[in-house]
Design a protein around this ligand. Structure first.
Ligand SMILES: Cc1cc2nc3c(=O)[nH]c(=O)nc-3n(C[C@H](O)[C@H](O)[C@H](O)COP(=O)(O)O)c2cc1C
Length: 483
């Protein structure tokens, strides 16, 4: 009965539009302070939350993978084989496995395959098939999910060199889409005072160098836009107050929500007025516009894990009696307005993703049927993919955490709503991930905590699944070190 779910680490409440609001704090290094001068920044071609993650039993096996890899590397180092031999071996022994995996793969994934050579693709595991959403072709189906790093230490919402290293190393490690962590659309929408944001224009440049470098590797860059609602103003490492509300004198704020009901033991929020809800719709759209200006290629709306949008969705939380509450139609209204507003603020060929909790794991609450109905409607509002997670909305529930535990939800949403989906949650092994795609349970998989311990997860997966090095997503500079 672990509760996994990232963002859930801190849950909750108070906000003060105050310190981090509309102007760049004079005491903090300006946006240009993080310029990365060596890069060409002109390219714009075409990636439960602060978590209290459950324990996984996979680390032992991962350690074995690492040992295996080390063994191989040692062999190479001893010069047991020439490079040419190694290449030959790789082709003959590995392509067998690749063909086997591909043959097992069922035909249909909902997302359109990219325009690559079909014969080439047939020999590759599905994980390494590109996928196209609107105008964006992502090089493979191994994605980095949004994971809050609580590392905007200046409390100004700007990402730092830590974020650069964190995201760019995963892009270099072969991930297809790198989805940047929950990024606040308003200062009081932060989960913690150390969350990143895009609520002001002066924050744009601090993202640009990161986005440019992600794209430079061949990965695509997406960003998750969030408002934490009653789960804002919570503590985190480096600040303290973990799993508590941060008091205003320590940088916290009065939180807002559909009603004044608190989450668990967090401080009570203030109920939003209809005018304020309209203002927040505008804040999401403005932040999306800034994300486009920073070079991001896709936007994800965070409508999961008990943050503001999912607070509106869930009947156990949203007891409003106006047009933003009541029945299903009222509860999904805020999300639909956000989706419409963002769609209007980003280019037509840019994909829009929505992350949902497919269930709150509570009786009488938000569930799979409502999620499927919502996904069907989201398609009509210009949403291209649903990122299927669960939980985080209602405190004190039991979540049956185990490998693949959320995959049945993504499979159902994909099948019943006929929409591309991602699966996430304790998917840690290459064959396990490949199977999710081969069985048609998702169009892409997201590797979260396993990617925190191994930024090169996709390159390792390519080796395990028999992908020849030249078809694996190695940065040019690393090809000579290929498995
Ligand atoms: C440290 C951490 C931070 C997270 N932050 C976010 C977040 O910002 N937004 C989000 O939607 N989910 C967040 N999550 C949830 C992850 O995206 C993912 O759904 C979850 O960890 C389960 O996947 P995994 O088992 O592969 O780690 C976070 C998880 C962790 C561990």
């Amino acid at each position: 009965m672990n509760i996994v779910e990232g963002e859930t680490m801190a849950d909750d409440n108070t906000t003060a539009y105050g310190s981090a609001a509309d102007e760049a704090p004079a005491s903090v290094e300006g946006p240009s302070g993080f310029d990365f001068r060596g890069l060409d920044v002109s390219n714009t071609t075409a990636a439960p939350d602060s978590g209290k993650p459950g324990k996984t039993k996979t680390s032992g096996k991962d350690a074995k993978d690492t040992k295996d890899a080390k063994g191989k590397a040692d062999k190479d180092a001893k010069g047991a084989k020439t490079k040419a031999d190694k290449g030959k071996d790789a082709k003959s022994t590995k392509s067998k496995t690749a063909t086997k995996v591909a043959a097992k793969a069922s035909s249909g994934t909902a997302g359109a395959d990219a325009a690559s050579n079909g014969d080439d693709l047939a020999s590759l595991p599905l994980l390494f098939h590109p996928i196209t959403l609107r105008g964006l072709t992502v090089r493979n189906r191994i994605w980095l999910p949004p994971m809050d790093t609580y590392s905007a230490f200046a409390q100004d919402g700007r990402p730092t060199p830590f974020h650069y290293q964190h995201y760019v190393s995963r892009a270099m490690g072969g991930f297809g889409l790198v989805i940047a962590e929950a990024t606040a659309v308003a200062p009081e929408g932060r989960i913690s005072p150390h969350d990143v944001g895009l609520w002001a224009d002066w924050q744009i440049d601090s993202w640009r160098w990161i986005v440019d470098a992600i794209k430079e590797t061949g990965a695509a860059a997406a960003i998750q836009l969030n408002h934490a609602g009653r789960k804002g103003s919570t503590g985190c490492f480096g600040l303290g107050y973990e799993h508590q509300t941060v008091p205003e004198e320590a940088g916290g704020w009065q939180t807002v929500a559909p009603t004044t009901a608190p989450f668990g033991g967090y401080a009570a929020p203030r109920a939003l007025s209809v005018d304020e809800i309209h203002g927040l719709v505008g804040a999401f759209a403005a932040a999306a516009g800034r994300a486009v200006a920073a070079g991001f290629q896709a936007i994800e709306i965070h409508a999961a894990h008990g943050y503001l949008i999912s607070q509106f969705l869930d009947p156990l939380v949203n007891t409003r009696e106006d047009e933003y509450g009541g029945g299903f139609e009222g509860r999904i209204r805020f999300l639909l307005e956000v989706a419409d507003a963002i769609r209007g603020a980003i280019p037509d060929d840019m994909p829009l993703l929505v992350r949902v909790s497919a269930t709150d794991w509570a009786a009488g609450g938000w569930d799979l049927d409502q999620t499927v109905a919502l996904a069907q409607i989201l398609k009509l509002h210009g949403v291209d993919l649903v990122d299927v997670s669960t939980g985080g909305i209602v405190a004190g529930v039991t979540v049956p955490v185990k490998a693949d535990y959320q995959v049945p939800f993504s499979a159902q949403v994909r099948k019943r709503a006929d929409v591309p989906v991602t699966a996430v949650g304790l998917i840690t092994k290459p064959k396990q991930a490949e199977k999710v795609l081969a069985k048609g349970r998702a169009d892409a998989v997201e590797i979260g905590r396993a990617a925190l311990r191994d930024p090169y997860w996709p390159l390792r997966a390519a080796d395990k699944l028999g992908v020849p090095a030249e078809k694996a997503p190695y940065p040019q500079q690393y090809v000579r070190g290929a498995y």
